[in-house]
Design a protein around this ligand. Structure first.
Ligand SMILES: [Fe+2]
Ligand SMILES: [Fe+2]
Length: 279
């Protein structure tokens, strides 16, 4: 199942750290849209700059206010801002695919990717007032699809912005991107197989594979960020984008750790049930 499907919710709880992480991501996205639009699109650029200011302001206010009544108000304001930002990104996407933004470095897949992340954040925020998914395994398998698809995109973005002369970097990004494309199909298969069921040994093994793959992605994106920061590779990767992708890949690794602990606890509970039956 996809994050776009009705009723699908992210697996993590919307903690202060999660909210701050995604606010920073939204601010970065607004800066990418602003810098990626042609100079002639001053109206859209101003709109993007306003979103960057809104998310920067929310970030500061959320960081200052401990959970309480004010925090709830900020979460409501954040949910509204993210909803508007999602609609703005879809508008930019539609202009792009209608070839009405010539001269932009934004690509349709990049903007679609950013809109998926906005939708994920909005769904995460809505978990504060709503309930969790009825079957926890549904949230786990949907989380896998969201992150694996996103990581496959990240490799394509880096590959597309590296100079073809950087053959080593380009070919490594292709190899890892292809690996994540296959993983994307695999996690989608398991999302269907395990839907409305329970964690199984197959899922535990899949999560181990994802942690290994995610670690490889973090290593690659950390190296790409370092090359970009030192101007040691011929690329047009904006340093902000390189850092952004590295932060997102590290965040996914942290989410996988939450899932690992959940599966461990779930396994222990199953063992306890077995012992009870033996008694
Ligand atoms: Fe992002
Ligand atoms: Fe991303």
């Amino acid at each position: 199942m996809d994050i776009f499907c009705r009723g699908v919710k992210p697996f993590p709880t919307p903690s202060l750290a999660e909210v701050l992480f995604w606010l920073r991501i939204m601010r970065d996205h607004a800066q990418f849209v602003d810098s990626g639009l042609p100079c002639a699109e001053s109206g859209l650029k101003i709109e993007a700059q306003k979103f960057a200011a809104v998310f920067g302001d929310l970030e500061e206010r959320v960081a200052k206010d401990a959970p309480g009544e004010e925090f709830s108000r900020l979460i409501a304001a954040t949910t509204q801002a993210v909803g508007k930002f999602f609609a703005f990104k879809r508008h930019i996407l539609h202009l792009l695919i209608d070839c009405r933004l010539c001269g932009s470095w934004l690509t349709p897949l990049f903007v679609d990717h950013m809109s998926r992340e906005a939708l994920y954040f909005r769904k995460l925020l809505k978990k504060i007032t709503g309930c969790a998914m009825a079957f926890p395994v549904d949230a786990v398998v949907s989380e896998n699809v969201f992150w694996v698809r996103g990581t496959a995109d990240h490799f394509k973005f880096i590959r597309g912005l590296a100079d073809p002369a950087e053959r080593g970097l380009v070919s490594r990004a292709k190899v890892l991107g292809d690996k994540f494309d296959v993983l994307n199909l695999q996690v989608r298969d398991f999302a269907g197989i395990l839907w409305h069921y329970r964690p199984t040994n197959e899922l535990v093994r899949l999560e181990v594979d994802l942690r290994v793959a995610s670690g490889e992605a973090v290593d690659f994106f950390t190296a790409a960020e370092s090359l970009t920061a030192r101007c040691a590779a011929a690329t047009v990767i904006p340093p902000l984008l390189a850092g952004h992708i590295r932060r997102e890949s590290e965040h996914w690794l942290a989410v996988l750790e939450i899932i690992r602990r959940f599966l461990l606890q779930d396994g222990e509970e199953l063992d306890d049930d077995d012992e009870d039956e033996d008694d």
